[in-house]
Design a protein around this ligand. Structure first.
Ligand SMILES: Cc1cc2nc3c(=O)[nH]c(=O)nc-3n(C[C@H](O)[C@H](O)[C@H](O)COP(=O)(O)OP(=O)(O)OC[C@H]3O[C@@H](n4cnc5c(N)ncnc54)[C@H](O)[C@@H]3O)c2cc1C
Length: 414
């Protein structure tokens, strides 16, 4: 039974499908369903794809050009489940799909793939227009609040509540990071009430807290630390990070964030090791630092002999004992292996993405909830995680596509 306003109802005899969540996963599900059903897309926010648009602020890293076998390894334990969907919509297919929407892409030197315009808005605009052209009906300010006893969908709108019946439903409600953009995890109790297992949401691609001294907070919050190498748990990442008032964030930190988070969650203390001069050999560095410094200050000596100054020098002073500065060998060792004690990950709300979500064991290969025939799920609300590098959007698009096609097959069969 539908209480959706008359103007939004359709008169077609085609089966009704509802997609809840208008991010990349939901929109892709709508695209695959549109030829087979009357599709209505609902979103709690006043507009669609807000997180996708935010991702566009840093260029919209939409996918990655590395060899596909390497690409698949980025999904860790979830790889086996996700692989068929990723193979069906691999990075080249995503580039072709964007090109069909008039968006050319390019591969950067790191293999990351971006739209040439380095933003999301033209792609989202063209995509929504194409979906409207295919007959998809959009509803904003419709917050999904669960299922009725009969299995209809409940919505809360600014002017009251409504219910909506659909033969197939795709839930694509996102994770729980950056909740002000729409995905806030408020869907979790509604699916748990149906006996669906949901792994707790945990921050992924996140920053970490470090108990900085007052000096570090006051003078270096916001300072980039460039061209370093971070090591944790046998993994090493070259790159940059940023000192924040509470700790550290940025690409090199995100790349190690999953094992670091897991380690801390297990209640173990963790140290991140920084190589402040990854291109310098430690023995050579010690020899250079042993050169007489005459009247030169230690700060000048470090800058001239080791290229260490600014935020790097501050980190060294923060975490290496003051006694190492008088011993070139120990100083070189601290520059190459500076140990930073990490307290905890930053909260989920601040993370780029999440780990946790609907357990993959609850789904069949069509992304349908086995306990809820006709209800499909996709995107970041599922229990997988991946690093930054375009893997997140790729998996959201690929799982949205798989769920949309699964829902279309379900409609054809029933
Ligand atoms: C700052 C930042 C930068 C990023 N950059 C990149 C990048 O460059 N490359 C990359 O691959 N990934 C990036 N990501 C991650 C990527 O944007 C997400 O993984 C992706 O948007 C998730 O897609 P989704 O469709 O699953 O969920 P979302 O995009 O979160 O969409 C979910 C939708 O569901 C709606 N919704 C939620 N609850 C309800 C409800 N109860 N009722 C109705 N509607 C609801 C929300 O309003 C939202 O529109 C970035 C993320 C952030 C925060």
């Amino acid at each position: 039974m539908s209480n959706i306003p008359e103007k939004s109802r359709t008169s077609s005899s085609r089966p009704l499908a509802a997609v809840i969540g208008g991010g990349p996963a939901g929109l892709m599900a709508a695209e695959r369903l549109a030829p087979h059903a009357e599709v209505q897309v609902f979103d709690a926010m006043p507009s669609f794809g807000r997180k996708f648009l935010l991702a566009g602020k840093s260029g919209l890293n939409i996918t990655h050009g590395e060899p596909f076998d390497d690409f698949l390894t980025r999904f860790g334990d979830a790889r086996t489940f996700l692989e068929p969907a990723l193979r069906a919509f691999p990075p080249e297919a995503i580039r072709d799909w964007a090109a069909e929407l008039g968006i050319e892409t390019f591969e950067g030197s790191s293999g990351r793939i971006f739209p040439t315009a380095m933003k999301a808005s033209p792609l989202l605009r063209a995509w929504l227009a194409r979906l409207r052209g295919a007959g998809v009906i959009f509803h904003v300010r419709h917050r999904w609040t669960g299922f009725t006893e009969e299995g209809s969908l409940r919505f809360r709108m600014p002017d009251g509540d409504s219910t909506h019946a659909a033969k197939a439903v795709v839930l694509a409600l996102g994770g729980a990071s950056w909740p002000r953009l729409g995905a806030d995890g408020s869907w979790i109790p509604f699916v748990e009430a149906k006996g669906i297992s949901v792994a707790p949401m945990r921050p992924a691609n996140c920053g970490f807290d470090i108990a900085w001294s007052r000096h570090m907070k006051e003078h270096f919050a916001g300072a980039p630390v460039k061209s370093i190498m971070l090591s944790f748990g046998g993994k090493q990442v070259k790159g940059d990070f940023v000192i924040t008032s509470t700790g550290i964030e940025g690409s090199a930190v995100y790349a190690l964030s999953a094992p670091l988070r897991d380690f801390l969650d297990a209640g173990t203390k963790a140290n991140l090791v920084v190589d402040l001069a990854p291109d310098r050999d430690e023995t050579r560095l010690a020899r250079d630092l042993a050169a007489p410094r005459g009247k030169s200050s230690m700060a000048n000596h470090l800058r001239r002999k080791a290229g260490i100054d600014g935020a790097k020098a501050a980190l060294l002073r923060e975490h290496a004992g003051s006694d190492v500065f008088g011993d070139p060998e120990r100083l070189a060792q601290s520059i190459k292996h500076l140990s930073m004690p990490i307290d905890r990950p930053r909260p989920v709300a601040e993370a780029i993405s999440v780990a946790g979500g609907i357990a993959l064991g609850e789904l069949n290969s069509d992304y349908m909830l086995v306990k809820m025939p006709g209800v499909f799920t996709a995107g970041e609300m599922l229990d997988w995680e991946a690093p930054t590098g375009g893997y997140l959007i790729t998996a959201c698009l690929a799982t949205g596509r798989a769920a949309g096609e699964g829902a279309a097959r379900f409609l054809t069969r029933s």
